[in-house]
Design a protein around this ligand. Structure first.
Ligand code: TYD
Length: 204
């Protein structure tokens, strides 16, 4: 038995949380075993690492190592066992975020990230990735109204332009895995696009 693994991605403010919740409700109405999780985080150890990554000053190598350390624990103790028993796994961010934020945003070495990815994931990737694509200028307006920002949310628009470019590069390199959602629409229109893309693939 093998389950399904879907990740959601996008810059801060792209609006994925609203749609993640709708998707989770939909899946729970259809499937007995649904696992909703997130990165950084998803296990007690990885949640501790998340706190550090989001709030403590560190360089991009340190940031990348902590993110991948958490990912290792998350894969070994949550995601792989869930997929092995046939669960539908919904993950709020995964490795594409590392390529976008540490690689694109921070300008960290993509070859090193690729090495960490292959050590930690042993070829495992989400089966499908929803990328909420929103212009950084619009995301910035949405974020301005948000709560106390973490280390990433506090970054300027130029940073998010680089993160955005990082996502675009990953999506272009792995088009079979990525579904681009135009997040620059009313929430109902975004939901409708998401639903039709997922229905077409047997994921809704
Ligand atoms: P986010 O998923 O937006 O959580 P919340 O909705 O609670 O704010 O926050 C996670 C932040 O971590 C986000 O700014 C992106 C960043 N991040 C990385 O820098 N690298 C990674 O590998 C991952 C998974 C996330």
């Amino acid at each position: 038995m093998s389950g399904r693994f879907l990740s959601l991605e996008g810059i801060d403010g792209a609006g994925k949380t609203t749609h993640l919740e709708a998707l989770e409700r939909r899946w729970r109405s259809q499937h007995a075993d649904v696992v909703r999780t997130r990165e950084p985080g998803g296990t007690p150890l990885a949640e501790k690492l998340r706190e550090m990554v989001l709030h403590d000053a560190m360089d991009p190598l340190c940031e990348s190592l902590l993110v991948f350390a958490g990912r290792r624990d998350h894969l070994a103790t949550v995601i792989e066992p869930a997929l092995a028993r046939g669960a539908w796994v919904l993950c709020d961010r995964f490795t594409d975020a590392t390529f976008a934020y540490q690689g694109g945003g921070r300008g960290f070495d993509l070859a090193v990230l690729g090495q960490l990815e292959s050590w930690v994931q042993q070829g495992r990737q989400p089966d499908l990735t929803l990328w909420f694509d929103l212009p950084p200028a619009i995301a910035a307006q949405r974020l301005a109204a948000a709560r106390q920002p973490d280390r990433f949310e506090a970054m300027d628009q130029a940073f998010f332009e680089r993160v955005q470019a990082g996502y675009r590069a990953r999506a272009e390199a792995q088009p079979q895995r990525f579904v681009r959602i135009d997040a620059d629409q009313r929430v109902e229109a975004v939901a409708a696009q998401l639903q039709s893309e997922l229905s077409r693939r047997g994921w809704w």
